[in-house]
Design a protein around this ligand. Structure first.
Ligand code: SF4
Ligand code: SF4
Length: 101
């Protein structure tokens, strides 16, 4: 898995910087956009992707799981989490998982 930033969507809110348990995100002082310090040190906890409101952070999946170029984008809802799976050819599947009773 790999964390991928779609830089054009980043608003520079800093939420990923604050939540990453590995302290791996920074905000660029000039562009005010986020950047990842080290992909290798990422624990794949996906907290940054979950907290990113504009969906600028996506999780790139290995080829063996969903084919080349597939990605997952989470969206936190009050009682669930929605995972949007996108394949390279533009197909989308949405999975909603309850988080609270
Ligand atoms: S949480 Fe998303 S929008 Fe906010 S700084 Fe990080 S990447 Fe940019
Ligand atoms: S997935 Fe977790 S460890 Fe990796 S960059 Fe995001 S918040 Fe940090």
């Amino acid at each position: 898995m790999a964390i991928h930033l779609k830089i054009d969507k980043c608003t520079g809110c800093g939420a990923c910087v604050n939540i990453c348990p590995g302290d791996l995100w920074r905000l660029d002082k000039k562009s005010h956009k986020a950047y990842l310090l080290s992909q290798e040190d990422c624990w794949n906890c996906f907290s940054c992707a979950k907290v990113c409101e504009p969906e600028a952070i996506e999780v790139r999946l290995p080829y063996s799981i969903a084919g080349y170029g597939a990605s997952l984008i989470p969206k936190i809802k009050p009682k669930s989490i929605i995972w949007k799976l996108k394949t390279k050819d533009g197909n989308e599947e949405v999975f909603e998982i309850e988080t609270l009773k």
